[in-house]
Design a protein around this ligand. Sequence first.
Ligand SMILES: Nc1ncnc2c1ncn2[C@@H]1O[C@H](COP(=O)(O)OP(=O)(O)OP(=O)(O)O)[C@@H](O)[C@H]1O
Ligand SMILES: [Mg+2]
Length: 302
Amino acid sequence: MRDQAQALRDLMSGRHTAAAQMEPAPPSLPAESAARILAVTSGKGGVGKSNFSLNFALALQARGKRVLVFDADIGLANIDVLLGDHPPYNLYHLLNRERTMEEIIREHSSGVSFIAGGSGFRELLDLSPEELDSFAAQIETLSTRYDYILFDTGAGLSKETLKFILAAEETILVTTPEPTSLTDAYAILKMVAGMDRTVTYRLVVNRVSYPKEGQATADNFRMAAERFLSLDIPLLGFIPDDPYVSKAVRKQTPFLAAFPTCPASRSIRELADQMDAGAPKPQDRESGMARFVKKMVNLLRQ
Ligand SMILES: Nc1ncnc2c1ncn2[C@@H]1O[C@H](COP(=O)(O)OP(=O)(O)OP(=O)(O)O)[C@@H](O)[C@H]1O
Ligand SMILES: [Mg+2]
């Protein structure tokens, strides 16, 4: 991968001054700086993935972590709408080598760093081997710059979303207590389990009316996954149904920034604490990013 990264830096240095000034990636990535790669997904649409991703990113940042949100929703760009910020460049421009990774990362005033997907994710499926290698090298440069990278995927199982789930280190499965959301989330588990049983999950129950509802929903879901699919789906936590979420969406600001003491903000901070507390020790695992890139490239080559 080092050769690919070098080749890419050489390529870019001819065209972009910013790229030429980019710090060279270290020859081997120190284990302690390995980014943790999380895919955020759901069965049913509109259950709160994008709001979760943005606010979870901010809550992790408040814990001193460096976080990047990647809008990996093929259908609709979400993150930029939620932030009221439409970056001129997105993944498409990176894949077409018009812009560097540096240039497509947007720092929003709320503190969130994000990459807009645009039409880039569809392009991912049609890359030549050389283009794929350069994409992999670009992605790898993120490893030392972030502690967490969150891929906010589309709902349901598209070919693209599936690749993110299969490649990511962990998948955060978001559901609401509604039966339709739960059955669709279960359908995702079942389909992915049919392909790869090593994928690990964390469950987030969003929009719960009261804590007991969240607990009962999680218990039922986990029991079904255990009983019928032999899968353990640890619970990351609940987020209450909170009118401030919708108010923040209308203000195009993450709720954690607009209403830091609202019930949803309090919960998302707890979820971030929980995630960070459960972080695997760096020496216990292969660099999250290296593993992700290897898997992603293999999946895209198929
Ligand atoms: N905890 C919550 N309390 C109240 N409303 C919520 C909550 N979470 C999400 N919502 C509402 O649900 C809407 C959809 O949320 P969001 O856009 O995050 O969902 P999504 O899963 O990313 O949707 P899509 O599948 O279209 O990408 C929000 O605009 C908000 O009104
Ligand atoms: Mg979304």
